[in-house]
Design a protein around this ligand. Sequence first.
Ligand SMILES: [Zn+2]
Length: 86
Amino acid sequence: MSTVCQSCGMPMKKDPENGGTNGDGSRSTDYCSYCYQDGAFTSPDIKTAADMQEFCIGKLKEMGTPGFMAWLFTRNIPRLKRWRNV
Ligand SMILES: [Zn+2]
């Protein structure tokens, strides 16, 4: 069980659904429900860690997070499991 989503870096306990869903309907312990549904990643446009960082920074800013904090929250994204072999 990961403590943060291995795609976007969001703490798993902040996920209202407690994780995404695998192809067989079971709960994913690595990815949150925003990133991963029915065994597939939800945003086909997000292909690299840099894409994901940009997306998350945009979302955080939308929620009123200052740019510096948004950068801080997303700077570990390239180290997450989904991006390690990309
Ligand atoms: Zn996620």
